[in-house]
Design a protein around this ligand. Structure first.
Ligand code: COI
Length: 359
């Protein structure tokens, strides 16, 4: 089967420049979408076909669309940044393409070729280049996703799918400076278990997280911390983020357990921290280790990381067993955050070849 080329069918009815500029002045996160979207269809026996860039528009779905019933849907998130010289690049899109293939395999969905994933993202960024905000932390957040389009309520892998990319301008996540968040350690609910779908970026994982997040809010916390699904002892993730623990010059992130999402920011920070001379490790960390190391002062900082928020320091921890704080100086957290953003925005040398120039 051949890889289709993306046919460009641009809109003749763009958002007026003045409205776009107003949106870009305060985009928030995930609230506004650009003028276009990419759609690529997959049908059993035919493979990928009908690749198009078209005006952004609502979809019309049959009520028996299988995704609405059985959630065969996966997504990715990556950002396009504008450098000081005006050029625009995405950050490690091949890593997102490969994770999207792994998510597809786990969810019994077809694998989109890497070049088509990257080509679709590039086509949308190029077409909607005026939607990429100015320099700094602001970016154009790309949301590639795929879902079943077969109609029927029999339970089986669908025989047709739609892959799409949409884009949304994103402002600096923390207005007025990075602030530490408080977290609630969820012992009642788990995000994922070994053998489950935690390693896939599947829509259902996010649906099942919402009640625990609501519980965290009820407890006066900003975010939920997930523990392992078996012993409810080992720290896994925070909300939609991976976690890092800083012990002076030693930086540790929970090791893969079969239920952690392989974050691309997580992976990048392991490399950046090592480049900066820190000792890095992937290890199991228990709630008890966390509490003890915070109490004896050996744990100096904790932070979460992900594409949307980049890096979020954690300051206060609440759990059924009691509350504690991390005496966060934030020095390492902020150093890593700056080092990552400097690479993403072209302010530092891209020694690992992570930037993918688009325009
Ligand atoms: C990320 O930050 O990487 C995420 O996955 C967040 C997204 C679900 C909004």
């Amino acid at each position: 089967m051949t890889t289709p080329t993306i046919e460009l069918k641009p809109s003749s009815n763009l958002v007026p420049a003045a409205d776009r500029e107003r949106i870009l002045a305060n985009p928030g996160f995930g609230r506004y979408f650009t003028d276009h979207m990419v759609t690529i269809r997959w049908t059993e026996g035919r493979g990928w076909h009908d690749a198009q860039l078209v005006p952004y528009a609502p979809l019309s779905l049959d009520p028996a669309n299988m995704t609405l019933h059985y959630a065969q849907t996966i997504f990715e998130g990556l950002k396009a940044y504008r450098s000081a010289d005006g050029s625009v690049s995405t950050f490690r899109p091949e890593a997102n393409a490969r994770r999207f293939q792994r998510s597809a395999r786990r969810m019994a969905m077809p694998e989109l070729p890497e070049e088509l994933f990257i080509g679709a993202c590039d086509a949308l960024v190029k077409q909607d280049i005026d939607w990429v905000p100015g320099t700094g932390e602001e970016s154009l957040y790309l949301r590639p996703f795929m879902f079943a389009t077969e109609v029927g309520v029999g339970v089986h892998p669908a025989n047709e799918f739609l892959f799409m990319v949409i884009a949304s301008p994103a402002g600096a996540y923390f207005k007025g400076g990075v602030k530490p968040v408080s977290v609630w350690i969820s012992e009642e609910y788990v995000r994922a278990a070994p053998g489950g779908t935690g390693e896939a970026k599947a829509g259902g994982n996010y649906a099942s997280s919402l009640l625990a997040q609501a519980e965290a809010t009820e407890r006066g916390c900003d975010q939920v911390v997930w523990l392992d699904g078996i012993e409810r002892k080992w720290v896994e993730e925070m909300g939609t983020n991976n976690l890092f623990f800083v012990y002076g010059d030693r930086i540790v992130t929970p090791a893969f357990s079969g239920s952690l999402l392989a974050g691309i920011v997580r992976d990048s920070l392991l490399t950046i921290a090592s480049d900066l001379g820190y000792e890095v490790a992937e290890e199991r960390i228990s709630v008890e280790d966390w509490r003890r190391a915070a109490a004896d002062g050996s744990l100096t900082e904790v932070f979460g990381c992900g594409t949307a928020a980049v890096i979020t320091p954690v300051g206060r921890i609440r759990s059924k067993g009691g509350d504690w704080t991390v005496p966060a100086t934030g020095e390492v957290t902020m150093r890593l955050r700056k080092a990552l953003l400097d690479i993403q925005t072209g302010a530092a040398k891209d020694v690992h070849g992570w930037l993918h120039p688009v325009a």
